[in-house]
Design a protein around this ligand. Structure first.
Ligand code: 5IU
Length: 274
């Protein structure tokens, strides 16, 4: 059976990469395929949102470079919450430079992302040297990488042969590349029928998910958890403003996260039992 029909627990066994295994096991344990994306500028709000949504998510996606008052101690607080609430950490850094530079950006600087982020991501635009650069840092630490094969925005250039090349790049580095940021399953894409490995199992993490709104007036496009998980076969739904809104009110955040978790999981149950 294809990954579309397999359970997250079954798929955890298909993966050697520790970050991929951890994510799939966490999803199964918590019965959640929901990730919360936290794009806020104050550490206090950031931690409050993560704490409120934490019980309902398998993963927290960060953009630590938007925090105005970033201090490395925030990372320790995030790691404590990750242990308490049992979620994986994904810094959505979207690396895009040459191998040597991204290795430095990943390991060093203010954020030292490789030290604490189980998963990060990269644009395939520089070619496979970006994967080599990042894996030189991340692989020894047991980290995993997602390639940006598609984007949720209107007019995205990541389509067609670009998306296919991203999949080929991932296929050539399966020890470190655990999947994609994409809008649908990538199984067998860019491969002749006899070319894609039979045991291929890439994780698909998908932003652009919202129940209340179709877009944000800045190019973002939203689909529902059901469309994303059941119709398009994605594995993790990534929800930001749909959960934390603009008020950052813990009870509201928890209630919204619980609703997205329930919708995402129901779509997965329907998918794996069909
Ligand atoms: N994000 C997208 N679309 C993409 C990629 C990343 O929205 O194609 I690649 C990020 C941007 C933001 C989050 O951090 O996912 C979505 O947030 P909202 O749910 O608030 O739109």
């Amino acid at each position: 059976t294809s990954p579309y029909h397999q359970t997250y627990a079954e798929r955890a066994l298909n993966h050697e990469n520790p970050a991929a295994k951890l994510l799939l096991e966490t999803m199964e344990r918590k019965k959640s395929n929901l990730a919360v994306s936290v794009d806020v500028t104050r550490s206090e709000d950031f931690l409050a949102i993560v704490d409120a949504a934490g019980p309902y998510v398998c993963l927290v996606k960060t953009h630590v470079d938007v925090l105005e008052d970033f201090d490395y101690s925030l990372v320790e607080r995030l790691q404590e919450l990750s242990k308490r609430h049992d979620f994986v950490i994904f810094e959505d850094r979207k690396f895009a430079d040459i191998g040597n530079t991204v290795a430095l950006q990943y390991s060093s600087g203010v954020y030292k992302i490789a030290n604490w982020s189980h998963i990060t991501n990269a644009h395939p635009v520089p070619g496979s040297s970006i994967v080599k650069g990042l894996s030189s840092v991340g692989l020894p630490l047991g980290r995993g990488l997602l390639l940006l094969a598609e984007m949720s925005t209107k007019g995205s250039l990541a389509t067609g042969s670009y998306t296919e090349e991203a999949v080929r790049m991932a296929r050539a580095h399966r020890d470190f590349v655990i999947g994609f940021i994409a809008q649908r399953r990538m199984d067998g894409i860019g491969a002749a029928p006899d070319e894609a490995p039979e045991d291929e199992d890439f994780l698909i993490l998908t932003p652009g998910v919202g129940l209340e709104s179709k877009g944000d007036g800045m190019g973002q496009q939203y689909r529902t958890p059901r469309e994303v998980v059941l119709d398009s076969g994605c594995d993790v739904i990534i929800v930001g403003r749909g959960i934390y809104g603009s008020e950052f009110q813990p009870d509201t955040i928890a209630a919204r996260a619980e609703r997205y978790m329930a919708e995402g999981w129901a779509a997965y149950v329907e998918r794996t039992s069909s």
